[in-house]
Design a protein around this ligand. Structure first.
Ligand SMILES: Cc1cc2nc3c(=O)[nH]c(=O)nc-3n(C[C@H](O)[C@H](O)[C@H](O)COP(=O)(O)OP(=O)(O)OC[C@H]3O[C@@H](n4cnc5c(N)ncnc54)[C@H](O)[C@@H]3O)c2cc1C
Length: 556
């Protein structure tokens, strides 16, 4: 199968003699698109474990994916550092020492560069290379890939590692072109940074990113106006530097931590309490919430097992957080705007913060409720709302998220059997099998595609599971001289149904404005995209499919 075989090495770190693909080499066993967590691990598995010729094509000029692009002030992980990393290699896990409970963007980037260097991956990555098209050639059973620069490459396997949150969404607000100041999107942050000193800044969006950026921008900006359409819950992150004792604990407990991450429904290194909200008295519940608030971060959500299954149970957590917002924010009208939250807690991506609500107690921070008074236009000098109010600004920051999950895939012209465009196959919303394969697109694998737990999980765990499965599948194909694998349409039908059943067993689809449903992108079909049945269950399903000879896939 390998077109450019070299001797198999046990550890590329110890024996970095494997040849880099020649610049002009254009035919590979596998092409991988994206050099974030997914692409790096997939490259390592295919090149160094299966000995395939593999190349990564990456639009950015460095590794890191999300963390290459998202360098906005306050950009930081919500997963705890000891779980936001690879677990496939015990030595790698133990040798890297995180400095804080939640790593900032620069530290995650350093970590991913360390991984890439340790496994000598960069020589198999072409940076600054955006893929614009990928067409399946049925006669040759190969994918023909075209880059923005017009380069053409082919591969038997095409693996998208393009991420779920990598297509920045700049809302189509009339007048943006006329703005004389500067505007930036948090997901495409300039590498040299943005100096807010003495500037009047407008920040649009109060999702996880806006919540992270607000307090940090407020520290240097002359004035910050936060434009809020959807009020949001947030729990204090309680970030701290990690003590030597905790770092030792992490090193010494690798097997246990890795096991926990693989067994918990959301891939974190903490377990969800096995108690229901109404199993305890109101006083006990209040004490539990207070304790969880002190622990902070995503662990708050793990205080009870039924927070996302039962609206009445969820209301107790929602009311608790709203009461905290009212306690923190001194101006009553602002506090009400912030606490006027209309969706269940954690039914949208649950932000965690450092001093977000506190930022509204500063003299230089103001909140504008754009649900009550929508943004009408961007003018040469700022933002105008429907009431005619003008907000003069020097810089506009769009913290408006991404065309999530399907965006990065549909931006490319992907065509399967008989030239079928992916956009056509998915015109009513994404349809695939296990989030991994689309019927009619043989040998194309989508890491953390829609229909997989992805964004509902601590993502490195979801990524490792998908990559391991794909690697096992390709190894199986090689061992059995199988040339082509393709999801069967009836398996896709069944899986789409499973994804819907899993979502409907939770409160998640009940938020009409959620990006999990594609609601932030005009014209995008409203389909709940990730698999909400839990990572552990998903892993068992995928393992079962493989064990039963890749049930639901056609192998030929
Ligand atoms: C601000 C922010 C905070 C986050 N925090 C967390 C967190 O706390 N915990 C968590 O689990 N997850 C978090 N995530 C999700 C995060 O995306 C994943 O954890 C993880 O980084 C995904 O890795 P990936 O390799 O799959 O995708 P990405 O990191 O998104 O990498 C995809 C890469 O593909 C490249 N690419 C895309 N299209 C093309 C193309 N056509 N041609 C060439 N290259 C292309 C992109 O340039 C990018 O480098 C966060 C996301 C954001 C935006």
């Amino acid at each position: 199968m390998a077109t450019a075989k070299t001797a198999r090495k046990k550890s590329p770190q110890r024996a970095p003699t494997r040849k880099a693909p020649a610049r002009k080499q254009s035919a590979f066993d596998a092409l991988i698109i994206g050099a974030g967590f997914s692409g790096l691990y997939q490259l390592y598995c295919l090149r160094d474990r299966l000995d395939l010729s593999a190349l990564v094509l990456e639009a950015g000029d460095g590794v890191g994916g999300t963390w290459y692009w998202n360098r906005y002030p306050g950009a930081r992980c919500d997963s705890e550092s000891h779980s936001y990393c690879f677990t496939f290699d015990e030595k790698l896990y133990k040798e890297w020492q995180w400095s804080e409970r939640y790593p900032g963007h620069a530290e995650v980037r350093r970590y991913l560069n360390h991984v890439a260097d340790r496994f000598d991956l960069k020589r198999s990555i072409r940076f600054g290379t955006r893929v614009t098209a990928a067409h399946y050639d049925e006669a040759a059973n190969r994918w023909q890939v075209t880059t923005e620069a017009g380069e053409r490459l082919t591969a038997k396997f095409l693996i998208t590692a393009v991420g779920c949150l990598s297509t920045a969404n700049v809302p189509n607000i009339p007048g943006l072109d006329s703005f004389k100041g500067r505007w930036v999107h948090t997901g495409q942050w300039p590498h040299e940074g943005v100096d807010f000193t003495g500037k009047r800044v407008g920040l649009i969006g109060t999702g996880s990113t806006g919540i992270q950026a607000t307090p940090v921008i407020a520290e240097t900006a002359k004035h910050l106006t936060v434009f809020q359409r959807t009020p949001n819950y947030s729990v204090p992150a309680r970030n701290v530097p990690l003590t030597a004792e905790f770092q030792r604990y992490v090193r010494e407990n690798y097997p246990e931590l890795a096991r926990t991450m693989r067994r918990t429904p959301n891939g974190h290194a903490f377990v969800i309490e096995d108690r229901s909200v109404f199993d305890v008295t109101p006083e006990e519940r209040q004490a539990i919430y207070e304790a969880a608030w002190e622990v902070g971060g995503l662990q708050f959500r793990a205080a009870f097992r039924d927070l996302l299954a039962d609206k009445a149970a969820n209301d107790t957590a929602a009311d608790f957080i709203k009461s905290k917002i009212r306690q923190v924010v001194k101006d009553k009208a602002t506090a009400e705007k912030l606490a006027n939250i209309d969706h269940p807690y954690a039914a949208k991506r649950p932000p965690i913060d450092t001093d977000y609500f506190e930022a509204f107690n500063r003299d230089n921070v103001a909140l504008v409720d754009v649900r009550a008074d929508p943004i009408e236009a961007i003018t040469a000098t700022g933002i105008r709302t429907r009431s005619g109010t003008e907000y003069p600004l020097d810089i506009i920051v769009f913290a408006t998220g991404f065309d999530a999950m399907t965006g990065p895939l549909l931006r490319m012209d992907i065509r399967g059997r008989d030239g079928l465009p992916l956009a056509e196959a998915w015109k009513a919303g994404p349809r695939n099998y296990l989030g991994l394969q689309v019927a009619g697109f043989p040998n194309l694998f989508t890491i953390t595609g829609p229909g997989s737990p992805s964004v509902l999980c601590n993502m490195p765990v979801a990524i490792e599971q998908h990559v391991d499965w794909i690697t096992g599948c390709i190894a199986h194909m090689r061992a059995n001289r199988v040339e082509r694998i393709e999801a069967r349409p009836e398996a896709v039908e069944r899986w789409v149904e499973q994804v819907n059943i899993a979502a409907n067993a939770t409160l998640l689809p009940q938020v009409p404005h959620s990006w999990y449903l594609g609601a932030n992108i005009p014209g995008k079909p409203r389909v709940f995209m990730p698999y909400a049945g839990g990572m552990a269950r998903f892993r068992a399903i995928c393992d079962g499919v493989a064990a039963r000879g890749y049930e639901g896939f056609a192998l030929s």
